[in-house]
Design a protein around this ligand. Sequence first.
Ligand code: SF4
Length: 322
Amino acid sequence: MSDYDFELERVAREARGRGARALLIQAPDGLKQHLAEFYGRLEAMGFSPIISADPCYGGCDLAEGEARSVGADMIVHIGHHRFSEGEGREGGVPTMYVPAAHIADLRGLAAKAAGIMAGKGFRAVGLVANTQHLPYIGEFAKALEAAGVRSVVDGRTGGLVLGCRTAAATAIEGEVDALLFIGGGDFHALGVANAVEKEVYAADPYRGEVKDMAPLKKRELAKRWWAIMEAMRAKTFGVVVVAKSGQLDAGGARSLKARLEGKGRRVFMIAAREASWERLSGFAFADAIVVTGCPRVAPDNQASFPKPVLNMQECEELLKRL
Ligand code: SF4
């Protein structure tokens, strides 16, 4: 059995309701290895599934072009929530989102995290989670209350954070002493830590650990300022327009181009689906790269680039200093 809830019955019901038989399944790389049983069951139910091998980092990246190419009637987008209200617009490929909740017993981790929060003297702690662990917010709230710590969850978002959307944390920051993120890895927790002034801790369900994000935040901030300062010396820039449905911002990219040119820089516009060094190493004439779209690509990919890579916000900081 998979450790994730792919909601087979709901998928089958919605696909039948839409008269869809050929289903393009999109999932983040980390979940692809869990798809075999889901795939087999869909086939046994008379569907014709096909799994996209391309990377998929968020609901911002719907494989509509791929779905049309392979003749899929519907996209089953696993591991994320709906990203943009524009989805499902006239002419778009019908898409259903399957958050793929992690199936685990997190009572021990919740009690451990609550004990640490109480031990630090926090009286109120804000709870946020990624898509897979959103259903566990109640479990952590219960554990915090049992430890004598008040829990706060943003009502509008239910506590959900994405790599680029941290309103669930910023909306409640004023009411709490610290924030506790539930989810694996550093990506989302660091996004939360970068967005708030309060202390942020991450309860990792895969490692069973509770981690203070302060050292990582400090390191990342130093690296980002290094990239901005290095980019000040660049004479030629590549501005990347990311060709993904929810990330496309050609207007924003053109505006950055014009403003960099206004500061005497030469700018090349580049279109890419993946803003990785593997894809961009050919542009040796660019001294620095600006990636529009997902704001997390630049900081996440910097280590593999031998030149500065900035996101749009960082490029704004650069422009103020040129
Ligand atoms: S962080 Fe980037 S990949 Fe994730 S949802 Fe936001 S834009 Fe998409």
